[in-house]
Design a protein around this ligand. Sequence first.
Ligand code: NAD
Ligand code: 6OD
Length: 486
Amino acid sequence: MQTTHHFIDGRMRPASDGQTFDKRSPVDNHLMGRVARGTRDDVDAAVGAARSALRGEWGRMAVDKRVAMLHAVADGITRRFDDFVAAEEADTGQPHHVIAHAFVPRGAANFKIFADIIKNVPAESFAMDTPDGAGALNYAIRKPKGVIGVISPWNAPFLLMTWKVGPALACGNTVVVKPSEETPATATLLGEVMNEVGVPHGVYNVVHGFGPDAAGEFLTRHDGVDAITFTGETRTGAAIMKAAADGIRDVSFELGGKNAGIVFADCDFDAAVEGIFRSAFLNTGQVCLGTERVYVERPVFERFVAALKARCEAVRHGRPSDPQADYGPLISQEHKRKVLSYYQRAVADGATVVTGGGVPAMPDELAEGAWVQPTIWTGLAETAAVVQEEIFGPCCHIRPFDSEQEVVELANANRYGLSTTIWTENLRRAHRMAGAIEVGITWVNSWFLRDLRTPFGGAKQSGIGREGGVHSLEFYTEMRNVCIKL
Ligand code: NAD
Ligand code: 6OD
C-alpha cells in the first residue's frame, strides 16, 4: 500500500508521529493508499524550511534565474505529464479528457505566465518638487511577502494549487501548501519536479492533512506565515480570516459560487445549450464557476429545457480509463451524501424533476463509487435551498424570465457573486448585462474561457481580492516606496 508523504525541505517525509489517513477512490471506493497526516511539528518544520530558503540562495537569486527556473518547472510538469494525469485521475475519478486537456496543462501554464509577467512588470515613480528646488525622486520596488500559506481544494487540485504557487514563487516568496485531504497526489509529485529541476530546498513545501484543528489550521495560525492564499468554501474562508486576523496577515480568497447562466431568446440556441451543459455539468458539476441557476427567456424556455435534458441523458458514466465514458463520479462518499440530500430537498420543496435526481445504474465493480445523475429541476421558488445554496454537484434549476430587468434582479438575489455566463447575439444587451450582474467574472457566449492575464476573483461572498496577471503580483509582493532627495 503506497503512502503519500509530505514534501518538506526538499525531502519526502512521513508525519512526525507516523500517523496517516486513508485515501479512497471516488470511482469504486477502494482503498487507494495512505497519506501522511500533518502534525503541528510537520507544519513547523515546513514553515521553518520555507523561512530558511528565503534567507538562502532563493532569496538572493537574480530575477532572470528565478524566471528560468520556473520555466524549467513548467517543462518538468510537461515532461512528467502522464504521471500528473494519472495521479489526478486516480484522486478525482474525472474523465481523461478533462484532466489531460484542461487541468494538467494549466498547471504548467500557471508557472510560465507568472514567470513572464514578473520580468515585464513596470515600476511606479514620481518626481517631486522640494522647497530648496533640488527635487526628489520616489520610486516603488516590489519585494516578496515572505512565506505564503497556500490552502487548496479538491475539485481541480493541480490547476488550483499551481494557480497560487506559480505567482507566489515568481515573486520570490516561498510556500507551504496544504492540499485538500481528498486530493494529495499531485502536490507531492510536484515536489519531485522541483527537485529534478534544481529549485532550492525549502522553496516549495507540502504538508498533508485536514483543515480544522489540523494541518490547515496549524498553517493559517502559524506566526511564521506572512500571508495566506485560499481557495475553497466561503465558511472555511471565514474561519481562515479569523486565524489570519490574529497575526494581521493578508489574505486572498477564492470562495464559493451559485452562478447564474442567462439565456436570451436571441442566442445561438445550440451553442447556448452546449455552453450551459458544460457550465453546469463539467467535472460532475464540481467547478466553482459552474452554473447551478439557469434563467431562460420564456419564448425558448420549453425547447431549452428539453434540449438540456437530452444532453444530460446522453452522458456515459465510467472510469477515467474507459474510452466509452465521458462522465465521472463526485469526489467522495461524503460529498455524494451532501448532493443527494439536496436532490431530496428539491423534491420535498416541490420541484419538477426534469431528469436525474438519483444514482445511475452502474456495473457491480463500480457500485460503491460516488456516482450521481446529472439533474435538472424546474418549478421552484427562488427561495428554495437548491436555488440559493451552493451544492457543488451536477445539477441546476431552470426558470423562465420575461425581461432583462427581471433577470438581473433574479441573478443578483444571491449572497455569492463569482461568475455568470450570458447567451445572446445582441451586443448592446451583453454590455448592459455585464455591467449589471454583480460578479467578478462575466462570460458572454462562452464559459471558463481563461486568459491568465485577466483579474480573477469573486464579488460579495465569493472572495476577497483578485489574482491573475499583474493582480497576483499585488498580493504576492510587498511594495516599498523609496524617496531620494536629489
Ligand atoms: P473546503 O473549504 O472544504 O476545503 C478547502 C481546503 O481548506 C482544504 O484543503 C481543507 O482541508 C482546508 N480547510 C478546511 N477547513 C480549514 C480550516 N479551518 N483552516 C484551514 N484550512 C481548512 O473546500 P472544498 O470542499 O475542498 O472545495 C470546494 C469549495 O471550493 C466550493 O465551495 C467551491 O466553490 C470552492 N472553490 C472556489 C474557487 C474559486 O476560484 N472561487 C475555485 C475552486 C473551488
Ligand atoms: O482558471 C482559474 O484560474 C481558476 N482559478 C479556476 C477555478 C475553477 C474552479 O473550480
